[in-house]
Design a protein around this ligand. Structure first.
Ligand code: F6P
Length: 320
């Protein structure tokens, strides 16, 4: 392969810039050119292309967001949109494409492979960490650290006013961010969609904590489990503890990537590119333990990532 394309697609995640940098520099070091398309699949369809040289990806390793910009393309979800994208890739001389994004973006990559036999490689980039085939997706570590910093700040005011705080974190349908941030933030209760919970039980837990002398508590709730405001209303009404809620929202997507996310992005971006240039296709680069792995996209997208049961037990035993 002499030329490949690269996009960042779906929700941005800290570390996506480092991943693009890795794709470009790995390709250049093997004598291949890289074309960057802005706005994900939407930018391929509208041919928003630019050649990416080494200099273009200099000075971005520490930057949050994605300098290529991103989008969730509705047009690409149609067969006509995908055909247009395929034709634009060919017009640009791209013999393969690296897609950096979450499960929706990787599903799009698999469609290009299945419908046009077009070589694609995936790099998992999502704060949600809900992608199978890798222990970590790019951006998760940074988002968790951002959430933990926020929880720490909220704990200060919760302590001072002797209040209960319900803090809502992102994660779409999953609770990976909530569980990790809740554990690290020392939350009294962590509510995630994967595990059934009852708010009366949470109230009982808060009451028993109060009886033991705890005067403030933190409840972390995943956005996919419930609305923080509803939980707050229920707790306040049923326990009479003064309660407030905070929705962390998109602040979890921004900020400079952690060292962990930068190195992860470099490793996964370079691996996906090297494998694409070596003739592999339809895979996603990932990490298993500390080892690099590459799994078929068909496997990755048909497998549900599971919550770690050991962490669940830990969260229960830590809230006593
Ligand atoms: O997938 C990343 C994510 O931040 C989710 O955690 C969240 O549910 C969603 O994207 C928000 O999407 P949008 O930026 O389109 O509101």
């Amino acid at each position: 392969m002499k030329k490949i394309g690269v996009i960042t697609s779906g929700g941005d995640a800290p570390g996506m810039n480092a991943a693009v940098r890795a794709v470009v520099r790995a390709a250049l070091s093997r004598g291949a050119e890289v074309v960057g398309f802005s706005h994900g699949y939407e930018g391929i369809i509208h041919n928003e292309s630019q050649p990416l040289e080494s200099a273009q990806v200099g000075g971005i390793i520490d930057r949050g967001g994605t300098f290529l910009r991103t989008a969730r393309s509705r047009t690409f979800m149609t067969p006509e949109g995908r055909e247009q994208a395929y034709n634009v890739l060919l017009q640009n001389g791209c013999e393969g494409l690296v897609v950096i994004g979450g499960d929706g973006s990787l599903t799009g990559a698999l469609k290009l492979l299945e419908e046009f036999d077009y070589p694609v490689m995936g790099v998992p980039g999502s704060i949600d960490n809900d992608i199978s085939g890798t222990d970590f997706s790019i951006g998760f570590d940074t988002a968790v650290n951002t959430a933990v910093q926020a929880i720490d700040r909220v704990r200060d005011t919760a302590y001072s006013h002797e209040r209960v705080f319900v803090i809502e974190v992102m994660g779409r349908r999953n609770g990976f961010i909530a569980l990790e941030a809740g554990l690290a933030g020392g939350a009294e209760a962590i509510l995630i969609p994967e595990v059934p919970f009852s708010i009366p039980d949470v109230c009982a837990l808060l009451r028993s904590a109060a009886e033991r002398g705890k005067r403030s508590s933190i409840v972390v709730v995943a956005e996919g489990a419930a609305r923080a405001e509803d939980i707050k209303d229920f707790i306040e009404h049923n326990t009479k503890f003064e309660t407030r809620h905070v929705v962390l929202g998109h602040m979890q997507r921004g900020g400079s990537p952690s060292a962990f996310d930068r190195v992860l992005a470099l490793r996964l971006g370079a691996m996906a590119t090297n494998r694409l240039l070596s003739g592999y296709r339809g895979e996603m680069a990932g990490v298993d333990g500390n080892k690099l792995v590459s799994h078929p996209l068909s496997y990755v997208l048909s497998t549900e990532r599971q919550i770690d049961p050991e962490r669940l037990i830990l969260s229960d035993s830590m809230s006593i």
